[in-house]
Design a protein. Structure first.
Length: 317
């Protein structure tokens, strides 16, 4: 089954309001930042004639990697690559908050490496396979395979709603012009959009939820999450692509709140990178995998009613 190109699911813009602009690129409606507990600095940015009432907000540093835990995330290592199972609370890229605040920074500290090459990357809340190359030749082989689309990526996603049959979503993505969140993308047509295709296959379906095997055929920002939302089957725990942008804005401003706990069934988005399969002979023909994240396993058993044996069986296929 392939989806039609349009009409796409639309979002109506809320009444206009003054905006706050975060340094990280997020937009917040004014009034969200009642508490300053997670805010380090606030800078007025709007100056001069016609300037909007905007602020830049720098958030306090997040949690750091425990050096004793990092070796447990290492799945595989050889002379060329290190493969990690990234938890769903950690950024990949080095940040200003120090080396132990990101996976790459922590790995460099642990291994005492001057240079490393991040081949694959994931959003902070997405768990799963991350590939780091140890030297230029290994990085070049893997990154060239990525650029030429000779890598099969497989994810697992928990979706809110029941997907009855496999579906290829072939819908262009571009900046969401109806949202106050600057980083949000959406299915739409027109200037600024790019082709995007994602294959969703139901693996387990029960009690209003779906565990789906997902394969993105392109590499657009937030592609899986945006396409799942367009299908009407948002990723469980997704604060940005769940239909209410204010949840995301509240989380950025205040962290986890009682309102978020009541609205979302999981504290982070239920999206896991399970496999990277490189098909680029003779330079690289390898497959790297990471087991399904424990928090997603627990959801399938507790909320969907499947046994651990049933889950293991479908994951093995």
């Amino acid at each position: 089954m392939r989806t039609s190109r349009f009409p796409a699911r639309s979002n109506s813009r809320r009444a206009s309001a003054p905006l706050l602009v975060l340094a990280a690129g997020f937009l917040l409606t004014e009034g969200i930042l009642d508490s300053r507990q997670q805010i380090e600095r606030i800078h007025h940015c709007g100056k001069g004639k016609g300037a909007t009432n905007t602020l830049r907000v720098d958030l306090v540093a997040g949690v750091e990697v425990d050096p004793a835990e990092l070796p447990k995330w290492l799945i595989e290592e050889d002379d060329d690559y290190m493969v990690f199972d990234k938890p769903g609370w950690l950024v990949c890229h080095p940040s200003k908050d120090g080396p132990w605040s990101s996976l790459v920074g922590a790995v460099k500290e642990w291994k005492q490496m001057d240079v490393s090459h991040l081949v694959s990357r994931l959003d902070r809340e997405t768990s799963g396979v991350i590939l780091i190359a140890k030297h230029y030749d290994a990085a070049s082989a893997a990154q060239t395979a990525m650029e030429r689309r000779m890598v099969l990526k497989t994810y697992y996603a928990l979706l809110k709603g029941e997907l009855k049959e496999p579906v290829m979503v072939d819908q262009p993505l571009g900046p969401d012009e109806t949202s106050h969140v600057a980083v949000k993308t959406a299915v739409r047509e027109g200037p600024g959009t790019l082709p995007a295709a994602t294959f969703f296959e139901p693996v387990l379906v029960a009690n209003g939820y779906t565990l789906a095997r997902v394969q993105p055929h392109t590499g657009r920002k937030h592609q899986i999450r945006a396409h799942a939302f367009w299908l009407g089957l948002p990723v469980i725990g997704d604060k940005l692509y769940g239909g209410d942008d204010s949840l995301y804005m509240e989380f950025i401003a205040h962290g986890w709140t009682p309102r978020l706990a009541g609205a979302l069934e999981m504290g982070r988005q239920a999206l896991h990178a399970a496999k990277l399969e490189f098909r680029f002979p003779p330079r690289i023909t390898r497959t790297f995998t990471a087991p399904l994240a424990p928090y997603m396993k627990e959801f399938v058993i507790a909320k969907m009613g499947f046994s651990e044996a049933e889950l293991d069986t479908v994951l093995a296929t």
